[in-house]
Design a binder for this molecule. Structure first.
Ligand SMILES: *[C@@H]1O[C@H](CO)[C@@H](O)[C@H](O)[C@H]1NC(C)=O
Ligand SMILES: *[C@@H]1O[C@H](CO)[C@@H](O)[C@H](O)[C@H]1NC(C)=O
Ligand SMILES: *[C@@H]1O[C@H](CO)[C@@H](O)[C@H](O)[C@H]1NC(C)=O
Ligand SMILES: *[C@@H]1O[C@H](CO)[C@@H](O)[C@H](O)[C@H]1NC(C)=O
Ligand SMILES: *[C@@H]1O[C@H](CO)[C@@H](O)[C@H](O)[C@H]1NC(C)=O
Ligand SMILES: *[C@@H]1O[C@H](CO)[C@@H](O)[C@H](O)[C@H]1NC(C)=O
Ligand SMILES: *[C@@H]1O[C@H](CO)[C@@H](O)[C@H](O)[C@H]1NC(C)=O
Ligand SMILES: *[C@@H]1O[C@H](CO)[C@@H](O)[C@H](O)[C@H]1NC(C)=O
Ligand SMILES: *[C@@H]1O[C@H](CO)[C@@H](O)[C@H](O)[C@H]1NC(C)=O
Ligand SMILES: *[C@@H]1O[C@H](CO)[C@@H](O)[C@H](O)[C@H]1NC(C)=O
Ligand SMILES: *[C@@H]1O[C@H](CO)[C@@H](O)[C@H](O)[C@H]1NC(C)=O
Ligand SMILES: *[C@@H]1O[C@H](CO)[C@@H](O)[C@H](O)[C@H]1NC(C)=O
Length: 749
């Protein structure tokens, strides 16, 4: 803890002009990711405002590069700028390619510099801790934290181990362990318990072992964040309490929260201790103190959401402002410099409730513009800052949401991501202070749309998208210049798929293959979970895929580049799921035809089922697309305890399938992964085709309820399955991506 305390002294104590960037942690990145160059970089600190770096050749030492910076984060960004622009290498979610940096290191020549255009570069959505990182161990965290640091992120959310502190607080206030653990949800559902959306674990109570393991993980994550120059945002006491709290404090103002997403009231309607009750600041003080004791005084930023998809008890302005006045008072009593960080999703999702008057009353209750930091959560498509007069002066962050539930589907709007934040920053009276990513899940296919935003945070004018894409793709494939075919392919993609101006489909586009089969309601859905395809597949996805295949033939070494393999798989996957829509439409048209027979329906189902099986074969060829990885990651936390492993496996499966015991938000976090496609979605569609054919034979009216109940039981059976793989093992890959892609083109182009 000594080094945490030392860093804290730096953060908190010294006047800005004397602050010295501690660059020790940046040498750590070099050692981890490019060990052969461990002695080839020099990082030094300089005085100056903001985050600024200068990269130059080290004087009198050939083959050495010097990065000088005003902050630790700026030094990391300087190293990244060098690696990407001079070294032609990058680090991706699929792995770090920084070790491919040439030796000797390329010269810089005239020094280059860069500076961040905003004070805060932010990362995470509270629910990313459910959809993506729920079962991660520190190895995966370490890669992501380097990815973030190098891109210049200096403000990540850090939720792990929250329940360790919270449990101690509840115990101190007299609740029994039975009462406390009845409140918690299971591991991959913790974010929604923290939001007060759901309570009580279906499938078995949360084990204490999970909580202590997560706190141990947090004790690895936080020091790493600090040494990489990041200020973590830590949790606070929100007010959500076990339902028995009111039995212990009959006079306390504890109200029943609202119901969430159709869950039965035993699993939702979470009890909320109102912040103006005298008990609230006591519990807040207890929470913050315990958290400081556990991790040191490492931050003044606290994430605290009271009304995320929960409506307040009252819509009176005076009620709302008294809630926020009391909330910030409780935080500042515990930490006088506290800033309250809040996700602004509610202002969009509950737009009718959150009128401008109510938003002004709620935000205004917290005195001072620096008392809060609002994450404008969906700035690229549904900004709220512009209807709220820049959040009535409160500090806010321009955030890209883009992905719901870790869904997969190529989509993006690069123009909105590059021009949007610059326009917002330059708007009259702007109180924007940061830029960041708030994707619900970090799914693999669209990394480009996240990368470009974090680059935009270091450029005061909108990036030139076509230049940027060409450079990004070249280093992604480890080539000096992009082969002509790939230049063409990326021009197509960046001007169509990634230039999606359709206001109805501004998010990853979900495939109907992953949705519960039904005769209506699947195709052309717009809005929250769009299934409408806003581009022509033949001239975009298919054409780009053919160009990728040609490139792999004229330059076979590309096949060895992991990101090239992922991208060719992505295009093939997208082609297939788009073709699925046509096959589904054929099936339904056949079934709807008065002259068709059961045999006609069965025949129309054949290509559809065959596509699903081919898709599973494709996904099996790449380690990034295995459902078994999610399961194996979950099971590794069981320490060999068989029943605990089964519990974790059920929870992991349930999140990506039924999301709740009864399919409560069915398929919200669906994925196109090997196993999920070949076992789960395949079974549902096979059963559906059989049911449609049987209906033709029987002549009884189609019964949608019966179909849906059958699908639910398929889901429940799937969730209770157990895979043989030992903890920590996946099933491994099968087959060669490039051979399978050739077959995909033969069959599905
Ligand atoms: C670099 O080398 C030259 C010649 O040996 C010397 O005069 C100069 O002081 C050196 N500069 C630094 C910064 O070491
Ligand atoms: C950054 O580069 C510009 C243009 O070369 C130069 O004018 C400026 O002084 C440099 N800033 C720093 C901090 O080196
Ligand atoms: C909650 O309180 C009720 C009433 O006092 C009690 O019967 C019940 O056992 C408590 N629940 C738990 C989980 O202890
Ligand atoms: C700089 O950070 C490192 C950890 O990355 C720590 O060990 C060291 O004590 C810090 N130095 C100062 C002066 O705070
Ligand atoms: C609750 O309030 C009533 C009436 O003011 C009082 O008599 C009682 O002692 C209080 N109970 C507790 C547990 O504070
Ligand atoms: C749960 O909340 C809903 C409002 O969202 C309300 O209608 C319902 O009565 C609540 N149920 C319970 C048991 O409090
Ligand atoms: C942390 O901050 C609290 C008050 O916010 C203070 O009481 C405590 O002494 C601090 N701890 C350290 C190690 O500085
Ligand atoms: C805010 O910006 C969005 C996106 O450009 C636009 O759709 C919306 O109409 C704007 N709202 C207001 C109130 O100007
Ligand atoms: C979906 O939209 C496409 C393009 O507008 C149209 O051709 C197709 O008929 C629609 N399908 C359904 C089922 O509405
Ligand atoms: C796309 O290609 C398929 C297969 O060749 C063809 O059936 C379809 O008509 C084409 N669609 C459009 C819109 O051109
Ligand atoms: C049904 O199948 C028969 C025999 O293959 C075929 O002649 C007929 O056109 C089909 N009808 C429909 C509506 O698909
Ligand atoms: C539809 O199926 C459900 C579930 O099997 C059944 O309860 C219901 O009676 C059926 N409806 C009709 C109209 O047959």
């Amino acid at each position: 803890m000594a080094r945490l305390a030392a860093l804290f002294a730096l953060l908190a104590g010294l006047p800005a002009a004397l602050a010295v960037a501690n660059v020790t942690g940046i040498y750590g990145i070099v050692e981890r990711r490019m060990p052969q160059h461990a002695r080839d970089f020099v990082f030094t600190s300089m005085e100056g405002d903001g985050d600024v770096f200068v990269v130059s050749d080290t004087v009198n030492k050939t083959g050495s590069i010097t990065v000088t910076c005003t902050t630790t984060s700026a030094c990391a960004r300087g190293l990244y700028t060098y690696a990407t622009e001079f070294g032609g290498v990058d680090i991706f979610w699929t792995g770090s390619r920084l070790h491919e940096l040439p030796s000797p290191l390329p010269k810089v020549g005239t020094p280059i510099n860069g500076s961040a255009i905003v004070q805060y570069r932010y990362h995470f959505n509270t629910v990313t801790f459910g959809y993506t990182t729920a079962f991660w161990t520190f190895d995966k965290w370490s890669l992501l934290l380097d990815w973030l640091a190098l891109r210049g992120v200096n403000m990540p959310l850090a939720w792990d181990g929250y329940e360790a502190i919270l449990t101690e607080v509840f115990q101190e206030f007299g609740l029994s362990d039975a009462e406390i653990f009845e409140f918690y949800t299971a591991p991959p559902f913790q974010p929604w318990n923290r939001f007060g959306n759901v309570q009580t674990a279906w499938g078995g109570l949360l084990p204490m072992q999970w909580i202590s393991d997560q706190q141990a993980l947090q004790k690895q994550i936080l020091p790493r964040m600090l040494e990489l120059g990041m200020t973590p945002i830590l949790p606070a006491f929100t007010g959500f309490v076990p339902s028995n709290m009111s039995a212990h404090y009959p006079n306390a103002s504890i109200i029943d929260g609202s119901a969430w997403s159709g869950f039965p009231s035993t699993l939702t309607n979470v009890s909320f201790l109102e912040p103006f009750d005298p008990l609230y600041p006591q519990m807040q003080q207890s929470f913050i103190t315990k958290q400081q004791e556990a991790y040191g005084n490492i931050t003044h930023f606290y994430t605290l959401d009271q009304y995320n998809e929960n409506n307040p008890f009252s819509g009176n302005d005076s009620y709302l402002s008294s809630v926020s006045t009391s909330t910030i008072a409780s935080l500042r009593a515990a930490d006088p410099e506290a800033t309250w960080v809040m996700q602004g999703w509610l202002f969009f999702s509950s737009e009718t409730f959150w009128t401008n008057d109510r938003i002004e009353a709620y935000l205004g209750g917290a005195q001072g513009n620096d008392s809060m930091l609002i994450l404008d959560l969906y700035s690229e498509a549904q900004p709220q800052w512009n209807r709220t007069d820049s959040y009535f002066g409160k500090q806010w962050v321009w955030c890209e949401l883009h992905d719901y539930g870790g869904n997969m589907g190529l989509e993006g709007n690069l123009a909105a991501i590059t021009e949007g934040p610059i326009a917002a920053l330059n708007s009259n009276g702007s109180s924007m202070v940061g830029m960041g990513l708030t994707m619900e899940g970090m799914e693999i296919g669209n990394e480009i749309v996240y990368d470009i935003l974090l680059d935009q945070a270091w450029s005061s004018t909108p990036l030139n998208v076509s230049d940027w894409v060409a450079k990004w793709a070249a280093r992604r494939y480890l080539v000096k210049t992009l082969p002509t075919e790939l230049q063409q392919a990326w021009t197509i993609l960046s001007t169509t798929i990634y230039n999606n101006q359709d206001p109805n489909s501004q998010a990853t586009i979900k495939s109907i293959l992953e949705l519960e089969p039904a005769t209506t309601g699947l195709v052309n859905v717009t809005g929250h979970h769009p299934t409408e395809i806003p581009y022509d597949t033949n001239t975009t996805i298919l054409h780009a895929l053919q160009l990728f295949v040609n490139a792999s033939k004229s330059q076979p070494s590309l096949k060895q580049v992991p990101e090239f393999a992922v991208d060719i798989l992505e295009l093939s996957r997208q082609l297939m799921v788009n073709r699925f829509i046509d096959l589904y439409t054929d099936l339904i048209n056949t079934w709807n035809s008065s002259s068709s027979t059961a045999q006609n329906v069965t025949t129309a189902g054949v290509p559809l089922l065959s596509l699903i099986s081919d898709l599973d074969v494709l996904l099996y060829t790449n380690e990034n697309y295995l459902f078994s990885t999610w399961i194996a990651d979950a099971k590794q936390w069981a320490h060999g305890n068989v029943s605990y492993a089964a519990y974790l496996e059920y929870q992991a499966r349930n999140q990506q399938t039924l999301w709740g015991p009864q399919g409560n938000i069915n398929d919200y976090a669906s994925k196109q992964t090997a196993g999920l496609v070949g076992e789960y979605y395949a079974t549902r569609w096979q059963t559906f085709v059989v049911m449609l054919a049987e209906q033709k034979t029987s002549g009884q009216p189609y019964n949608a309820t019966e179909v849906s109940q059958t699908m639910l039981s398929i889901g429940q059976a799937f969730d209770l399955k157990a895979w043989g793989a030992a903890a920590g093992e996946t099933w491994g890959t099968k087959g060669d991506t490039f051979q399978v892609v050739d077959r995909v083109l033969e069959r599905w182009a």
